[in-house]
Design a protein around this ligand. Structure first.
Ligand code: GRF
Length: 194
């Protein structure tokens, strides 16, 4: 058994958050990113991982829902912590039970607002814009068996002006994510290492 904490990142799309996490933990004394997994063979996140020499694995819906192959892969790589970074599929119960308190997610709004099924990516920022809210932000939370109800570890806010388009909001959110997600992951792992 390794004495390092070993992260697997799940990402479905661009993977800009995943890349910030790769950079942050490069050369880290006790935490290593060892795997990037995706449900989407076209995800740019896979290219980003390759640039950082991080092994990648892709799975399909049947493997995810009807087998425990992904869990087998995580065990083979001795993964201790799972980080969701723009990952769009619901995490099955067998995986949550295998990593109790060891799965973290980032949501691009201030939960419990603008959360739940169907609320991801630009849909969240469009809903924020349509609501007329004058602020939004990010929520970093543990993943448990109740969708979007895991313990909140961190929230930070940004202003939404009347002129902001959903795209402008997305950019502000990404900046907050890049600043906070890697450091909150580090704190969370250090307080809960293996
Ligand atoms: C991020 O805003 C994340 O909060 C959300 O999806 C987006 C993913 O962006 N869940 P990227 O793939 O990390 O660029």
């Amino acid at each position: 058994m390794s004495t390092q904490s070993r992260i697997a990142i799940f990402a479905s799309g661009s993977g800009s958050n995943a890349e910030e996490i790769f950079k942050y933990f490069q050369g880290h004394a006790s935490i290593e990113v060892v795997l990037l997994l995706s449900n989407n063979p076209e995800a740019y996140a896979l290219e980003r991982a390759k640039k950082f020499h991080i092994p990648t694995l892709v799975f399909n819906r049947k493997q995810w829902r009807e087998s425990e192959i992904v869990l087998e892969w995580l065990k083979e790589k001795e993964i201790t912590h799972v980080v969701l970074a723009g990952f769009l599929w619901l995490v099955p119960v067998y995986l949550i039970r295998a990593f109790p308190g060891k799965i973290i997610n980032i949501h691009p709004a201030l939960l419990p607002k603008f959360g739940g099924k169907g609320m991801y990516g630009m849909k969240v920022h469009e809903a924020v814009k349509a609501s007329g809210d004058t602020e939004t932000g990010i929520t970093i939370h543990e993943v448990n068996e109740q969708y979007d109800e895991g313990k909140i570890l961190h929230q930070s806010k940004c202003v939404v002006t009347p002129n902001d388009s959903p795209n402008d909001i997305a950019q502000k959110i990404h900046q907050l994510e890049y600043v906070h997600y890697p450091r909150i992951i580090e704190q969370w792992i250090k307080s809960n290492p293996f």
